[in-house]
Design a protein around this ligand. Sequence first.
Ligand code: B16
Ligand code: MG
Length: 222
Amino acid sequence: MKLQAVLFDLDGVITDTAEYHYMAWKQMAEQIGIDIDRAFNEQLKGISRMESLERILVHGRKEQQYTMEQKERLAADKNKHYVSLLTQLAPEHVYPGIHELLDQLAERQIPAVLTSASKNAPQILSSLGLAERFHTIVDPDGIPGKPAPDIFLKGAEAAGADPACCIGIEDAQAGVEAIKAAGMFAVGIGEQELLCASGADIVFDSTAKLNLTSVLQAANLN
Ligand code: B16
Ligand code: MG
């Protein structure tokens, strides 16, 4: 079978926005008397903004203390801070190997689709100088978050691709689970043991090692 589309996560696959998320969440959490550290922040990777806030509140045992309206305000404040940090992003922050992979896909006329949980994805891609390289940026608004398969299925549909002929690339466990639930071949970026436990079919410890030929071979696609 022929490869029909490649679906990319953003944070942790194309660039590192996790540090900015961490700084913005940490400041918001401090304001309401909750302390978070980098180890805790790992849990927030690939998870939506509101789900991240819920996890922080549970971590601080304050999950019953806020109304939905107050939570929306907290999330909006965090996002305002996060967006201000994003102004530091520039094309040199694209992870190694990503341009090469996008070039190889373009040569083969295979659509690249962005399947990020981030509502800020269009701005991030444009700061990185990558906006034109993607066939579609799937809007995560209003669809169930990862590990539900919806965002990957929507991405395949937008590219007119059969999920069985798609490859998804993810750094987060929830993301790998979502790719597998969508019936696609899952490429993990990060820790082998962790991502294989979530169902990754192949894992690279860095995007610098991403290699389309070996991925296609492992996926039984051409
Ligand atoms: P936003 P990804 C995810 O990006 C981040 O990993 C996660 O930490 C963040 O909460 C989520 O996007 C939502 O981001 O607040 O900008 O809408 O890994 O799915 O590309
Ligand atoms: Mg990610």
